[in-house]
Design a protein around this ligand. Sequence first.
Ligand code: UDP
Length: 321
Amino acid sequence: MKTILITGAAGFLGSHLTKDLISEGHRVIGVDNLSTGKMSNIEGLLKNDNFVFIQENASSEEWLLLNSLSDVREIYHLASPASPKYYQSAPLETIAINTIGTMHMLELARRTGAKMLFTSTSEAYGDPDVHPQPEHYRGNVNTWGPRACYDEAKRLGEVFCYEYFHKFQVDVRVARIFNTYSAGLRSDDGRVISNFVEQALTGKDLTVYGNGMQTRSFCYADDTIRGLKLMMEKESASGEIINIGNPTEYTILELAERVNQITGGNCRITFHPLPVDDPKQRRPIIDKAKNLLGWEPVINLDEGLRRMIQVYRSANREEDR
Ligand code: UDP
């Protein structure tokens, strides 16, 4: 049994990871300021003796002095808004959590000797002019635009990890997470899969931005979380940046059609302006994850969408009762 700190524990990936690690018998200290995370994601855990919840911001300092943190053996720094809608409505907080917050978690790792995993993003590649994206591609990121607060903050977070790894030998690894989804995304999350599924299940138009020819590669959350846990576990990941994503690429229009097909709805597809700096294409090369971790996703898009839609439908049935 290990004591594991997870920032962003009430968030989408954080709450899935917290439940997973507790079910494996670990003790989890979950930190979240509930800016985009939701208490309802972790409510079921509050009675569990192996879960401690701290409602704090990882970019503020006071709570870092708590004695209970001296037992921490692993730190997953997941806290950050991740949907463009949310990070663009809180840009300064997004910069802080991914830079100052990352530095705080690295300091804590240095003090306690804990291993640390920082969740970076495929956005570190910006609007990539190399396709698909390997980890050594340095990216095409705009510092002067609405996505910069997220992209550049994550990139600086990676730099903090690099420096603490080299200067203080903190045992750190960086996951560049590509688009990930499952049930549990907020209904107002604003990202494409939660929008389309929500729209399809309520009989609304599916809102495609631009002409829908831009691409993304979608990884089911269970696969993502398995990848993150392996990154923490494996010595081979220490000091490494690793893409965690599904290498099967779809246009956004194809995604809309698949959601329509799987829900059985025949919603209209409508076209809307493309957001500024929206990346045109995105697909990970995952050879590094395969070689270093023995990891690759096993749940394809259709299966993932079916699982997600099933959860939404049974939740709606519960509400109707
Ligand atoms: N998108 C869309 N309709 C929506 C939401 C998003 O067409 O209702 C598009 C968006 O413009 C982008 C892609 O879907 O090209 C993925 O957007 P998302 O916000 O999910 O994540 P991103 O990968 O851009 O961070």
